[in-house]
Design a protein around this ligand. Structure first.
Ligand code: NAP
Length: 502
């Protein structure tokens, strides 16, 4: 059997753990989480893996986003797979192309690429005990014993609902679908949005354009990014000492957990400290008091996702940069009109307006036991048990699912811990000859009720802002406790919370 074939559907009659065979595992998505899942499952002895990827390359968000200035604000020595630490990262905070090259390298080195079905979007997943029936957009049908959703979180671009957007006569595109055929040199460029993406773009392109117009709805908290370029000699030295690389990996983990993450889950000292860093950065880089006032947030730091970017404020202080804080009334052929009646004439309009954070695996249709539909089950407020599973969806696991991106940490690290948890579940199925495993509804309800209670005191809920963290009821869809608690949850599975079906 080749890597891309699955056994015939007749073998699905008997659950894998009872038939004494390998489980057929489908991983949806060949981004960072999908790669982590494929490598770790294989290492754990689960080798019958097929990865479904809707596009023609691995890499997920690092493949999809190609905008100027794209970088990661988590240090690369930690934003790495624990099983593939890299000594020669060029910078402390890597740029998108370097991360994409790393993703492709790891996928090749660990034999993931050959397990991927490229250009193969999964359209439908239906559970008929004890198997999942998978249908691709091309109509191909397969059966799997286990499905792992590794589709990422922020992958569906959100376009602003602004009147006349389609009438703009210049070039307009979303930040996630950057049009590289458009030369920005000497152009009048507008950007809607001032989140992490917009700040990186503005920092990167302002020197190139003739006019930079930034349309801000809400000022964001912005910390400087302590970027450095690593010397070749330091990287060569590190390559000689893998143990030192591991020490640095854990150092960054602890640093981020105890500062940035702590600030978000109630450490007021850290939160005030981060606010001070941001306000000093603003004062140091924006001499104009009027501009500074416009850029000063009126809600608590870390309420929205904190931005780390050193070149945004200096870019905005350039004479040809304009921060527009009046609301947008409409878009016309020549540009963007604001509530003061002014038309801001533009050649290019960039929409850095974010993503649908409630999608996860959707719009893939997922049907669990008794015809339960995942989209209806979530109803605009996605939740999961310990961020990885839902009652009624046996043998279906999520990596970076609802509340999964814990504590603004390295998502690679979080994904790996979630995969370890999933592997524990497969080991349990194998040991006990189980047909299926799914969280009990009561355990799921209790876990989510406790989270809903705890989230009320976090800055995400109390900080006085609106963010993509909030679900349709306005409740932050995030893990409310200290991140190390979640790691403990992942490495101490409570099987009593699950229906273990023979
Ligand atoms: P975002 O944080 O959701 O920001 C979207 C921006 O667009 C906000 O400023 C928002 O204003 C504005 N906006 C949306 N609709 C608008 C409308 N109709 N009119 C005017 N303004 C509108 O999106 P993002 O910047 O793409 O970042 C998303 C997430 O991706 C980040 O929070 C982060 O988690 C991740 N990211 C990470 C990195 C990294 O380095 N690790 C880099 C980029 C992105 P409001 O603030 O008023 O809502």
């Amino acid at each position: 059997m080749t890597d891309h074939e699955t056994p015939s559907s007749t073998s699905s009659e008997q659950p894998w753990a009872q038939a004494g065979r390998q489980p057929r595992v489908a991983i949806i998505g060949a981004g960072m989480s999908g790669i982590a899942a494929a490598v770790k499952l294989e290492k754990a002895g689960y080798t019958d893996i097929t990865v479904y990827e809707k596009t023609d390359r691995v890499g997920g968000t690092w493949r999809e986003n190609t905008y100027p200035g794209l970088s990661c604000d988590v240090p690369s020595r930690w934003y790495s797979f624990s099983f593939a630490l890299k000594a020669d990262w060029p910078h402390r905070f890597s740029y998108g192309p370097d991360i994409q090259a790393y993703m492709e390298q790891v996928a090749n080195d660990f034999g993931v690429t050959k397990k991927v079905k490229f250009n193969c979007a999964v359209q439908d997943l239906r559970y008929e005990a004890p198997c999942w029936h998978l249908t691709t957009a091309g109509g191909e049908q397969k059966q799997y014993d286990v499905v792992i959703s590794a589709t990422g979180i922020l992958h569906q671009a959100v376009y602003p609902n602004i009147e006349g957007l389609d009438t703009f006569a210049g070039d307009a595109f979303h930040s996630a679908h950057w049009d590289h055929s458009v030369d920005l040199t000497g152009k009048r460029v507008g950007i809607i949005g001032t989140g992490s993406t917009a700040c990186q773009i503005v920092g990167a392109i302002t020197d190139q354009v003739s006019e930079m117009h930034v349309f801000q709805r809400t000022p964001h908290w912005l910390s400087p990014l302590p970027q450095i370029e690593y010397s070749k000699s330091w990287n060569k030295f590190l390559a000689l000492f893998p143990a030192l690389q591991r020490v640095i990996y854990h150092y960054y983990c602890q640093l981020m957990v105890r500062t940035f993450s702590a600030a978000t889950v109630g450490n007021k000292f850290m939160q005030r400290w981060m606010s001070k860093i941001c306000l000093k950065h603003l004062a140091d880089n924006v001499p104009d008091p009027e501009l500074r006032a416009k850029l000063t947030p009126d809600y608590e730091a870390t309420c929205k996702r904190m931005i780390f970017c050193s070149d945004y404020y200096p870019a905005l202080s350039r004479p040809h940069a304009h921060l527009i804080t009046e609301g947008i009334t409409n878009i016309e052929a020549k540009g963007v009109r604001t509530t003061d009646g002014k038309l801001h004439e533009l050649d290019v309009l960039v929409l850095a307006t974010g993503f649908n954070a409630a999608a996860f695996i959707l719009p893939t249709r997922v049907t669990g036991e008794n015809g339960i539909d995942l989209e209806q089950f979530w109803d605009g407020a996605p939740r999961a048990h310990r961020a990885v599973a839902m009652p009624g969806f046996p043998n279906f696991w999520m990596v970076e699912g609802p509340t999964g991106p814990v504590g603004n940490l390295s998502l690679i690290a979080i994904s790996e811990h979630q995969v370890d948890y999933i592997i524990s579940m497969l080991d349990r199925m194998k040991a006990d000859g189980l047909a299926a495993i799914a969280p009990k509804k009561s355990a799921y309800d209790d876990y989510n009720a406790a989270m809903s209670e705890a989230i009320k005191t976090t800055t995400w809920a109390t900080g006085g802002c609106k963010s993509w963290y909030l679900d349709k009821s306005g409740v932050p869809n995030l893990y409310p406790w200290f991140p190390l608690r979640y790691l403990k949850e992942m490495h101490d599975p409570q099987y009593s919370e699950y229906d273990l079906i023979k």
